[in-house]
Write a protein that binds this ligand. Structure first.
Ligand code: SAH
Length: 210
């Protein structure tokens, strides 16, 4: 798709109208080619403000959700960020343009491989991806000053709390049929949580890797 800037600008205006105000977040969402993160047959919908299927029963998150979570993260000093649920790699690409280093874990091997290739093609080299179970985080790279989870666990994974550095922030949905987006901050051994609102994500699956 050539000349996606027009539709991307329109999308960014819609995000602004819905309360996204962080200039850096809006700027990277305006220039990142979301159509490169989905099957070509859906590319004509890439700049609609909707989640779309990416295969393996998964979805690329809705732009408003990506913007909301990224904006919440950027309210804090984040240099080293862990993402759980790479999926298409779109949220990863947005983060890579805003922080120094992104580590991203995906449970489905085929999605991880594809996302890794796309990120490389877009010259985003400050990203490390891993095929693994997000419930375990990525302990050898911890601590992280930001963690963002793009699939919903039914409770906050203990490993992620442990891998959050002092002063760090984690953005994650929690729940099953009913899900709530939380911001959790760590102060020493204390965790402070703030409810943001109701959301809808695919589940953070436990068990065997695909
Ligand atoms: N940020 C992604 C969201 C993809 S949907 C995007 O916008 O494209 C959530 C992703 O989480 C899916 O790819 C799913 O396979 C992955 N996922 C689910 N359970 C997981 C787990 N236990 N560990 C790692 N990834 C998981």
């Amino acid at each position: 798709m050539q000349g996606f800037q027009g539709v991307a600008s329109k999308l960014v205006k819609a995000l602004q109208a819905q309360g996204i105000s962080n200039e850096r977040v809006l700027a990277v969402m305006e220039t990142t080619p979301r159509h490169r993160f989905m099957p070509e047959s859906l590319a004509h919908k890439a700049y609609d403000n909707t989640a779309l299927p990416i295969g393996n029963g998964q979805t690329i998150s809705q732009p408003l959700m990506v913007a909301t979570m990224t904006q919440l993260l950027m309210q804090h000093q984040c240099h080293k960020v862990l993402e759980i649920g790479t999926g298409s790699g779109y949220q990863t690409a947005i983060l890579a343009q805003l922080v120094e280093k992104v580590f991203s874990v995906e449970r489905i091997g085929a999605l991880q491989y594809q996302a890794k290739r796309r990120l490389k093609q877009l010259d985003l080299h400050n990203v490390a991806t891993r095929h693994g179970d997000g419930w375990e985080g990525w302990s050898s790279k911890a601590p992280f000053d930001g963690i963002i989870v793009t699939a919903a666990p039914n409770n906050v994974p203990e490993a992620l709390l442990q891998q959050l550095g002092d002063g760090g922030v984690m953005i994650l949905p929690v729940g099953e049929a009913q899900q709530t987006l939380y911001v959790i901050r760590r102060f020493g051994d204390q965790f402070e949580q703030q409810k943001i609102g109701d959301v809808r994500f695919v589940p953070l699956v436990k068990g065997a890797l695909l």
